[in-house]
Design a protein around this ligand. Sequence first.
Ligand code: ADE
Length: 268
Amino acid sequence: MRIDILTLFPEMFTPVLGTSIPKRAAEKGLVGYHLTNLRDFATDQHKSVDDKPFGGGPGMVMMCQTVFDAVEAVEAQEPERRATRIVLSPQGKVLDQRTVEELATKDRLLFLAGHYEGFDERIIEGLKPMELSIGDYVLSGGELAALVVIDAVVRTLPGALGAETGAADESFADGLLEYPQYTRPREFRGMSVPDVLLSGNHRLIAEWRMQQRRQRTQERRPDLWQAWLAKQPPEEPKKQKSKRRAKLPSSDAQQLGASDDQQTTPDR
Ligand code: ADE
C-alpha cells in the first residue's frame, strides 16, 4: 500500500510513522509513506496557503489552488495507482473498524490534513474525497486524525503484526470488546489473577473469556451489545424437559429441576 500525506506539518508524522507497528510495516515493505508539504505548492512570495473567509468570521481557510496543485502533483508521481482521497474533518463519517478494514483493501490512500478553520468547500466539491472524522470533538487540525486512521489501517495489513499477536480476537473484530488480560505476578497488592486462567483448562478459559467479553460489552457499550445481539443466529429450540427428565435416574432429575429454577432457595 502507498500512503500519501499532504500537510502543512510533515514533522508531526515522522516520529509516529517511524515507531512501533507503522515503522515495522514499512520495513517489511507492506506500506510506503510519502509526505508532502502543502506549503511547497504556494505560489505567492509569502508562501500563503490560507486566507480570510468570505462573509467574515474567525480563523483562516485553506485555499483551493495550493491543495488542487499538491493533490494533482502527488497523484502524478505514480498515476497507475489510483488513490482513495481522504480529508480529515469533524464533519466526516465517524471512523469505525469496518471503515478501517475497507480502507486496508485499497492500494493507495491519500490523506489531506488541514489546519485552521478548514478547507474552502470547493476542495471537497472538486476533489470528491471521503470525509472522515475520528470522533465528536474538535482537534486543532487533521494531522492527529490522519495518524489515527493510518495506524488503525496499517496494523490490519496482513503481516503487520508479529506472529505472536493478531488482530483477529481484538475488540471490534467481531463486535465485542476484548476480555481482560493478566500477566505475572499471580498476586499484586492484594489483587489476584482469576483462578480459571491458571487452571490450564483451555475450554474453561475460552468460555470465561467469552463471558467476560459479553459482560463488558453489555455494561460499557450497550450500543455495540445490541448490534451484536441482533447479529446472532436464533437460538435452537430447547429440548422438551419432561421427556429428558423421564429418562434420567431420579437423583439427576432432582438436580436438573433445582438448577433450572432460578428462584429456588439453596438448602442451608
Ligand atoms: N479535524 C479537527 N477535528 C477533527 C476530528 N475530530 N476528526 C477528524 N479531523 C478533525
